[in-house]
Design a protein around this ligand. Structure first.
Ligand code: NAG
Ligand code: NAG
Ligand code: NAG
Ligand code: NAG
Ligand code: NAG
Ligand code: NAG
Ligand code: NAG
Ligand code: NAG
Ligand code: CU
Length: 628
């Protein structure tokens, strides 16, 4: 009798207290066949398994993930790793620690071979669709990524559904990420053309399938876990009702097409057919091909997944021309969504930070990405180490060096970030540790007949505060990853209410590799009171030979001494510019020509000898009968 009372009590306790979910992940290389295809690919497995598990937890739970680097050394020596749960706030006001956020060289040292790092955090009041991925170079492109779902209680979920599915969307490169990275950031790719993916996947499979029953409501969570391309989703003869975006409930909005950039999530309700219509349906995934510098002939721009109502009925038939006919730019623009709780606009800001995005080639012949002419170069030791060991100096931006775009923010100030895009690329910007309000978001501008890539300044429409393009929304959309359109601008606002160091970067990982990142250091003095470096943190840094104290260059005797700080390369020699632009135009032309010409072009000596370049470029054009 007493035992059963105790058991009942314990059961009640278990459901009323938050649960702890523990995962022990050992990361290794593994060769697999991509499901639904015959493609062999070397991926990153956890505990010898791939795809990686979908993680489901409840609001308020504790999560403990232990990650061990066991990457086989004979495959690629010295590969380090780290893990980020995309979208989680790690709110230090609630006893959480920055040391769990995951970006290497920001909040932890990279984990070298043989080392284990433990992520241990609680989820507070966040709900919805998130994901986890390596935060070390383009490593997650090799499959080190998965869904992370935080379930709200049934009573609090503002919509009803019968069943739910989670679907990851991704681009895939067959070569290992370190080889793709090497080819990309290379003087033989002076135009910085992003690597073209080999294919796209549905939930890590070449062809996806979901079974639907008649007369049901499905909650489907889509997550773009890719490195590069955005994707459209269209479900034949069904609509999507958007109910959650990046972990934020929205006023329901019905649309025929979804658009997700790398890092973004959308949860939608799909109301199934009431009764048999005699067919199954195509769920089409389409690459946003405007992001590609060239489209190889064998790249499939769209794939057709199956929604099966009845397996006795034939498979759905692929639908052609969706990209041309179906896609309404307004319908895919998150600026027009509203949060469910209608949190009002922060009507003014205390602090404005303008970030001009540019892409330029530096003196080493490599194309870099810049915020205000500074390309992010990782410091010698993690930024968090510098903050926590610098005492009163932590509010002095100088100790963080001049190559990480560090901004110190005051506690609880309202910060406005203006992103102006002096580049023809589309950039999904992600902010760690926060959501933000989208207060302005222009369309793209460069497209058009008069586009001259040599003059980004003329083609760009930067934000003009005294003449904003759109009315400020009363109840702006709130999310953690927002797109900056080609040659346009996006303006966001947030409250600096989470003391910490938060990475802000483009989620096109190629652009992050090129340095498109900044670091926001929020109320560092309070952070110092809240946390100290754990033994586990220090052990991993020791194993990396990174000091556990010091400024960005690792010095703690003289905090302003920046000897040995990694810095961006010198600018290109003067005089390059005109021919450089010429080369840019050619690379576009050559892009159409195909891979062979690119290789040929790429092998040219672009720097430093301009005359040679010029002559050789002319030769390539002439050889290929390209008019110029
Ligand atoms: C996967 O296959 C490639 C090509 O055969 C090989 O070079 C690589 O070592 C293999 N990786 C693993 C983890 O077995
Ligand atoms: C996780 O953090 C909690 C709270 O600080 C602590 O009690 C627990 O021991 C930690 N667990 C591990 C495995 O580090
Ligand atoms: C997607 O993949 C995960 C992990 O393998 C699996 O648990 C889930 O059932 C899959 N979802 C669908 C819709 O296929
Ligand atoms: C659909 O389901 C609802 C609720 O279960 C039921 O009332 C309704 O009759 C069903 N409709 C059809 C066409 O089966
Ligand atoms: C739904 O989206 C459309 C277009 O994207 C927008 O015009 C409309 O205001 C949105 N409605 C709500 C309630 O969010
Ligand atoms: C960046 O460089 C451009 C071109 O050299 C210059 O016009 C601009 O003022 C610089 N911007 C900043 C913020 O330094
Ligand atoms: C962090 O927690 C504090 C205290 O509850 C709260 O005011 C703040 O909004 C939270 N910040 C974030 C980003 O969750
Ligand atoms: C910004 O808008 C104001 C008001 O319309 C205008 O006077 C000004 O010239 C604009 N500034 C720029 C740089 O275009
Ligand atoms: Cu980008």
């Amino acid at each position: 009798m007493q035992v059963s009372v105790l058991l009942t009590f314990l059961t009640v306790l278990r459901y009323s207290l938050a649960a702890t979910h523990t995962f022990n992940f050992i990361a290794t290389w593994k060769n697999v066949t991509i499901p639904g295809s015959t493609i062999q690919k070397q991926v990153i497995a956890f505990n010898d398994q791939w795809p990686l598990p979908e993680i489901h937890v409840n609001k308020g739970d504790r999560v403990i993930i232990s990650l061990t680097n066991q990457f086989q050394q004979h495959i690629a020596p010295h590969v380090t790793t780290s893990l980020h749960i995309h979208g989680i706030f790690h709110n230090t006001s609630h006893g959480n620690s920055l040391q769990n956020d995951g970006p290497a060289m920001i909040t932890q040292c990279p984990i070298p071979f043989g080392q284990t790092y433990i992520y241990n955090f609680t989820l507070e009041d966040q709900i919805g669709t998130y994901w986890y991925h390596a935060h070390q170079g383009a490593q997650y492109g090799d499959g080190m990524r998965g869904a992370f779902i935080i379930h709200d209680s049934k009573d609090h979920t503002p919509f009803k559904y019968d069943e739910e599915f989670t679907v990851t969307l991704t681009d895939l490169y067959y070569k290992p990420y370190y080889d793709v990275e090497y080819d990309f950031l290379n003087r033989y790719n002076p135009m910085g053309n992003e690597p073209i993916p080999d294919q796209i996947l549905f939930n890590e499979s070449s062809i996806g399938e979901m079974n639907f029953q008649y007369n049901k409501t499905y909650l489907v969570r889509f997550i773009n876990v890719g490195l590069f391309v955005s994707q459209y989703i269209v479900l034949e003869d069904h609509s999507f009702e958007i109910v959650e975006v990046d972990g934020v409930y929205t006023q329901s909005n019905i649309t025929d097409v979804l658009y997700l950039a790398a890092g973004q999530r959308m949860a939608v309700l799909i109301h199934s057919k009431l009764q048999s219509t005699g067919k199954n349906y195509a769920l089409t995934q389409i690459i946003d091909d405007t992001m590609l510098d060239m489209i190889p002939e064998d790249l499939q721009l769209q794939i057709t997944n199956k929604i099966i109502y009845d397996s006795n009925l034939p498979d759905p038939i692929p639908i052609k021309g969706l990209r041309q006919n179906k896609i309404d730019p307004i319908a895919t623009n998150d600026f027009y969504l509203t949060t469910l709780d209608q949190k009002p606009l922060y009507s003014k800001y205390d602090h404005q930070i303008v970030l001009d995005v540019r892409m330029e080639t530096l003196g080493d012949g490599i194309k870099y990405a810049f915020f205000n002419n500074i390309t992010f170069v990782p410091p010698r030791i993690p930024v968090l180490t510098t903050i926590l060991t610098s005492g009163k100096l932590s509010t002095n931006p100088k100790i963080y060096g001049d190559n990480i775009n560090a901004f110190i923010l005051e506690r609880d100030s309202i910060v406005e970030i203006v992103l102006n895009n002096y580049d023809t690329g589309r950039h999904p910007f992600h902010f760690h540790g926060h959501n933000f309000q989208i207060v302005q978001k222009s369309q793209g501008f460069h497209v058009g007949e008069n586009f001259d890539p040599a003059d980004q300044d003329k083609m760009t429409v930067p934000y003009n505060e005294s003449n904003p393009l759109m009315e400020f929304p009363e109840y702006p959309m709130i999310r953690d990853t927002v797109i900056l359109e080609p040659n346009g601008h996006t303006v966001i606002r947030f409250k600096a209410d989470n003391p910490g160091v938060w990475f802000f970067h483009c989620h096109v990982d190629w652009h992050l590799k090129q340095g498109l990142a900044a670091v926001f250091i929020e109320d560092p003095q309070t952070l110092q009171q809240r946390e100290t470096l754990t033994d586990n943190y220090k052990e991993v840094c020791d194993a990396m030979n990174m000091p556990n104290k010091g400024n960005a260059a690792g010095h703690s005797d003289d905090w302003l001494n920046m000897d040995g700080l990694p810095r961006q390369p010198a600018p290109l020699a003067p005089g390059f510019t005109k021919k450089g632009y010429f080369a840019l135009i050619i690379s576009t032309v050559v892009g159409i020509w195909g891979l062979y010409s690119i290789t040929q072009y790429g092998l040219l000596e672009v720097i430093p000898d301009d005359e040679v370049t010029y002559t050789t470029l002319k030769k390539v054009l002439d050889d290929n009968n390209i008019e110029y």
